[in-house]
Design a protein around this ligand. Structure first.
Ligand SMILES: NC(=O)c1ccc[n+]([C@@H]2O[C@H](COP(=O)([O-])OP(=O)(O)OC[C@H]3O[C@@H](n4cnc5c(N)ncnc54)[C@H](OP(=O)(O)O)[C@@H]3O)[C@@H](O)[C@H]2O)c1
Length: 251
């Protein structure tokens, strides 16, 4: 598998949050980065980072934008999905369309627009809520994320012979620029996280971005169809253990 000196990476949902942290990391790693979101952020990113403003729900506009990305910056090496629904209207329809259907639409539209000679990586960011129930999120979020996990496995098998690797990164709650004041300012929550997460803290957007970067590198050249949990081990702890810790009971 050859690596490319300046890979072209398209990030869907990279204008803020974890996607922006990934765009910044890729720019430092000398990628040419194309970023799609509804709004172009006021603060630019240093490096070869290009923003496109389009709503994933507007499929005609989206098709034109995807064409434009390829015409301007050439075929892709990496395609990463970090969008989630934050719009108005019906939440079920919105989340399923934005997270699940748009991901399939973009993959299908771009499948012939990847560099042939190099490693081709697709990474879908899912969530712990694809497996467990997180009551702070709605039903659509759970179903869309579970669907994305299986979509990744499907494409890993079907597109494997064409040289594509398709993997999922599934974070727990992540500190990002937009929420760190809230989470770090909440002492009670931080203490609980310290006691219940095996690694004793919340992860950061950059730590998730590093895992995505690995999956988009030739170092991951034989890795496909996998869901990688990036949660400091939180998913491993049993209900009994959690309950005992919270109740200060001995083990
Ligand atoms: N934050 C966490 O703790 C956490 C934990 C587990 C999993 N995740 C997952 O990780 C991913 C990133 O999370 P995040 O918290 O960084 O998300 P976020 O801050 O809400 O960012 C979502 C991105 O998607 C874009 N987007 C949303 N709707 C769009 C639409 N209709 N058309 C085009 N772009 C759209 C947004 O840009 P615009 O607003 O400009 O459109 C933004 O760039 C999501 O898939 C989320 O479910 C997050």
């Amino acid at each position: 598998v050859t690596s490319q000196a300046n890979p072209h990476s398209l990030i869907i949902g990279g204008t803020r949050g974890m996607g922006r942290a990934l765009a910044e990391l890729f720019a430092r790693e000398q990628h040419t980065v194309s970023v799609i979101g509804r709004q172009i952020p006021p603060e630019p990113i240093t490096g070869k980072v290009h923003f496109w403003s389009v709503d994933l729900l507007e499929r005609q506009e989206l098709s034109k934008t995807l064409d434009d990305v390829i015409v301007r910056h050439g075929n892709l090496n990496n395609l990463i999905f970090l969008q989630r629904f934050k719009g108005k209207g019906d939440k079920w329809e919105g989340e399923i369309q934005t997270s699940l259907s748009a991901t399939k639409f973009v993959i299908d539209a771009l499948i012939d627009q990847f560099h042939d000679a190099s490693d081709k990586s697709i990474v879908i960011v899912s969530s712990a809520a694809s497996d467990v129930v997180a009551e702070e999120q709605d039903a659509a979020y759970h179903v869309a994320k579970a669907g994305l996990n299986q979509l990744a496995r499907y494409y890993a098998v079907v597109l494997g012979p064409k040289g594509f690797r398709v993997n999922v990164v599934s974070p727990g709650t992540v500190l990002k620029k937009e929420n760190q004041e809230y989470y770090l300012g909440n002492d009670k929550l931080q203490k609980l996280v310290g006691r219940t997460v095996p690694l004793g803290r919340m992860g950061t957007a950059l730590e998730v971005a590093h895992v995505i970067s690995f999956l988009c590198s030739p170092k991951a050249s034989f890795l496909t169809g996998q869901t990688i949990l990036v949660d400091g081990g939180a998913n491993l702890v049993s209900c009994e253990t959690l309950a005992r810790k919270l109740a200060d009971l001995k083990f």
